[in-house]
Design a protein around this ligand. Structure first.
Ligand code: GAL
Length: 377
């Protein structure tokens, strides 16, 4: 009798837990976010793809302890119909065996994976920031993998430093021939910043390709895709056009906010204009977000200031941007998606998702402890 009672109790408790895990009805920024198996979602520095009515969340799979910031497993994928309840679809891109010599071997650094769908080739294309094993953040490469199926497995193709031998579109002819070098100037002086804007690092890296660290990708309404990344020692953002199959760069690119020190780019389009939200460069520590607007993706990009408002805005509510999601069924409304990093135990990193609204033609977001899609816009 007692045994039957205990069993029934355990069964009911289990069912209750499942019910909680499977029925999330509001966004709770910074809290544990359980997937449909009841485990905290493991998809950091992520991005979202909407495909055939379903959302797919790709992100960095992290493990416990300091080692967890390097790629020990690969890129996670989750799926959801409502952006709240996420099913673990497993590892979309697996790291290669340790010491296999692969560029994506276990212990390399794989960050900020983003997946886009190519309607022409019917392939899913994953771009990510790659750092080669044992080299810290020196490699500064972008990397690409491809799959026929949204959830993977993705096949790793290549990594490289973009735009080797190509000048940006917004670059003066005379800057190409300047001879001034880094060693001639005091770093962070106004003179140095002016020279950065005139291509100090672009010329340095011209032959071997430009550095590519924090990144995102964006598909415009006309099907053209763009890769946006922190370059030039994280001083300047570069925006580059991708080839029609999305697997390489065409060589057409621009600089955004030279010497502005922007990381963590996230982009969206609203009423025909392009908006970027970025962070400053303080590693895993949060700082104040920035925003920019442009009439054309090719710029000029105009700064709009900190899009976060209210208490905690100066540290972006303890988070760093990673992606901006068009809100389901609501034209011109968006969700700011950010990471609250936990570098000492990366698997415990949290997610901060907040609704973006427009005030005076500028994107803004405020802290909300708990919110629902239907009453926040
Ligand atoms: C952050 C960056 C992260 C990661 C980290 C490493 O600034 O946004 O993606 O690279 O630095 O310190």
């Amino acid at each position: 009798m007692m045994k039957a009672f205990t069993l029934t109790f355990l069964l009911l408790a289990g069912m209750a837990l499942c019910a909680i895990a499977q029925n999330i009805s509001s966004f709770n920024p910074g809290e544990l976010w359980l997937d449909t198996d009841g485990k905290h979602i493991n998809a950091h520095g992520g991005g979202i793809l909407l495909h055939q009515g379903k959302y797919y969340w790709f992100g960095e799979h992290k493990v416990e302890g300091r080692q967890g910031n390097s790629a020990m497993v690969g890129v996670s994928c989750y799926s959801s119909a409502d952006l709240l309840n996420w099913k673990n679809e497993g590892i979309a891109l697996k790291v290669a065996d340790e010491n296999s010599g692969s560029e994506i071997e276990k212990g390399s650094i794989i960050e900020r994976p983003k997946v886009i769908y190519n309607k022409r080739t019917k392939k899913f294309v994953m771009w990510f920031h790659l750092e080669l094993k044992g080299k810290g953040y020196d490699a500064a490469r972008t990397a690409v993998a491809v799959s026929d199926k949204v959830t993977g497995p993705y096949t790793y193709l290549k990594s490289f430093r973009p735009n080797a031998g190509e000048w940006p579109q917004n670059f003066k002819e005379e800057w190409k021939h300047k001879t001034v070098q880094e060693k001639d100037m005091k770093a962070w002086s106004q003179e140095w910043k002016d020279e950065v804007a005139k291509g100090l690092f672009i010329r340095r890296d011209f032959e071997k390709g430009q550095m590519s660290r924090d990144m995102t990708v964006f598909v415009d309404d006309d099907g053209k895709a763009y890769h946006i990344h922190s370059s030039e020692e994280n001083l300047t953002l570069h925006l580059s056009e991708l080839s029609p199959d999305y697997l390489s760069f065409t060589g057409k690119w621009i600089t955004i906010e030279p010497a502005g020190h922007n990381e963590a780019p996230a982009i969206f389009k609203h009423k025909g204009k392009y908006y970027l939200i970025t962070s400053g460069c303080t590693g895993w520590d949060p700082n104040a977000a920035r925003s920019f607007v442009a009439e054309s993706i090719w710029g000029p990009w105009k700064p709009l200031g900190n899009p976060a408002k209210g208490e905690g805005a100066e540290l972006t509510f303890d988070s760093q941007s990673t992606y901006i999601i068009p809100a389901p069924g609501k034209k011109d409304t968006f969700i700011f998606m950010a990471d609250r990093w936990r570098p000492k135990n990366p698997i415990d990193g949290r997610y901060v998702w907040l609704p973006i609204t427009f005030e005076d033609d500028k994107p803004v977001f405020r802290w909300e402890k708990s919110w629902k899609l239907k009453d926040s816009f």
